[in-house]
Design a binder for this molecule. Structure first.
Ligand code: NAP
Ligand code: G4F
Length: 370
């Protein structure tokens, strides 16, 4: 009999990679998906839908009755709670909703496990955002580790921190195998398009294809002071990339490496929380430089507009994870470097943009001939 794992947020970036990993490990995966009015939103798991061990189940984690029924029905060995309103900027505009999903959701699972299936192991997706403005310092190095105090700076981080503490309380009070991965930023070709890394690489993908399809050489492209790039002689323009704060530093890794750490945490003898990170930090500005370099542009500034709309009321300036505990106890190490991460994301978005354009033109051709 296969082990059964429930993955919440299976349609998201991490959920899709984790589902792949668990299937490889021989699990039956109960992949939760909230109701949607369309079939869109399954892109990241499309390739898993025909796998007999992958079962897509409609569920909303804010509904305790629904969560209870799931636990009752599947009695899973492991639950990975990845579902969340995961955008920090959005949490300032939708604080109550963010709290419902990011705090009430985990509570629903902890209660259901406690009452109905106490041997089920539970993973909660905690976050480096919980550290907020706080860090420790050794020499010139500023970093965060498991024991660094949390000083959250957004409704998102507050809800995640409350859930983090709730996991500790259920672990200590009821002896549940419940633990949290304090994951620093992790990105990928599947990252949501409104996070800064993917926003940048998607723009670059579309821009490179715009240049290609108009036979334009980057050396002859110029920009005006507004938001458009002009090309003299060709009546074409392309909107500039609009971003907020470029000075924030993030410790960016690849999501595929990070889901391995989640799995490893639930295979330990006892439940503990771990910081998962690369231990290298870069500013948004450095990410931009690296990404534009991929298409031969050494100075991104003419292509970017700083737009106050993308600034946050409160910012987290510096994240750099100290991963001694995960390295020593789990034997976990990241494999994908910052440079490789950026390269993979840019190349994937150039490819996706080219395919999208080809699809659009063949549909247009079909419409014209029919
Ligand atoms: P993501 O791509 O935004 O995925 C979030 C998932 O949650 C989606 O599948 C979404 O469904 C689902 N969801 C949202 N509300 C739900 C609800 N009420 N009921 C059921 N499902 C719901 O996020 P991610 O980057 O994979 O991150 C996974 C988890 O790790 C999140 O909890 C996030 O907060 C946390 N985290 C992420 C990072 C990071 O850098 N990526 C770092 C630390 C912690 P739809 O597809 O329908 O939207
Ligand atoms: O890509 P971001 O939106 O990620 P953020 O806020 O660090 O949150 C992500 O990582 C957390 C882990 O630390 C997760 F818990 C969370 O779920 C999410 O996955 O923003 C990164 C930085 C910020 O400082 C932001 O102010 O980029 C800055 N930024 C600058 N311009 C922008 C933009 N962020 C976004 N999303 N969009 C911009 O245009």
């Amino acid at each position: 009999m296969n082990k059964v794992a429930i993955v919440t947020g299976a349609t998201g970036q991490d959920g899709s990679y984790l589902s792949e990993l668990l299937l490889e490990e021989g699990y039956t995966v109960i992949a939760l998906r909230r109701r949607s009015s369309s079939e869109k939103g399954l892109e990241r798991i499309q390739h898993l839908l025909n796998n007999d061990n992958f079962k897509l189940v409609e569920a909303d984690i804010t509904d305790s009755g629904c969560v209870n029924n799931l636990i009752q029905e599947y009695k899973p060995s492991e639950i990975y709670n990845l579902a969340a309103q995961s955008h920090v900027g959005t949490s300032f505009k939708q604080p109550s909703y963010t709290s419902q999903v990011n705090l009430q959701g985990p509570i629903n699972f902890l209660e259901a496990i406690r009452l109905l299936s106490p041997s089920t192991k539970f993973y909660q997706a905690s976050t480096s955002e919980m550290f907020g403005k706080n860090y420790e310092q050794m020499g010139d190095t500023k970093y965060q580790r498991e024991t660094t105090a949390f000083v959250p700076q957004s409704p998102y981080a507050v809800a995640k921190l409350a859930a983090h503490e709730m996991v500790r309380i259920y672990r200590d009070s009821y002896g549940l195998f419940a633990c949290c991965g304090i994951l620093f930023n992790h990105e990928s070709e599947r990252r949501g398009e409104n996070f800064v890394t993917r926003k940048i690489t998607k723009w670059i993908g579309n821009f490179q294809n715009w240049l290609n399809s108009n036979n334009l050489d980057i050396r002859y492209v110029s920009a005006n002071s507004e938001s458009i790039l002009f090309v003299s002689g060709v009546q074409e323009s392309f909107p500039k990339l609009r971003l907020g704060n470029l000075d924030a530093h993030r410790d960016w890794g690849h999501a595929q490496d990070y889901v391995e750490a989640m799995y490893m945490m639930l295979q330990q003898d006892s439940p503990e929380d771990y910081v998962i990170a690369t231990s290298e930090t870069h500013s948004v500005r450095e990410f931009l430089t690296e990404a534009f370099n991929e298409i031969g542009i050494t100075n991104f500034e003419p292509y970017v507009v700083i737009d106050p709309e993308f600034y946050r009321p409160c910012e987290v300036d510096w994240l750099l994870g100290h991963t001694g505990k995960a390295r020593d106890q789990l034997g976990w190490r990241p494999k994908v470097s910052f440079q490789e991460l950026v390269q993979r994301m840019v190349r994937s978005d150039i490819d996706a943009s080219r395919k999208e354009k080809l699809e659009r033109s063949s549909i247009q051709e079909l419409e014209e001939t029919s």
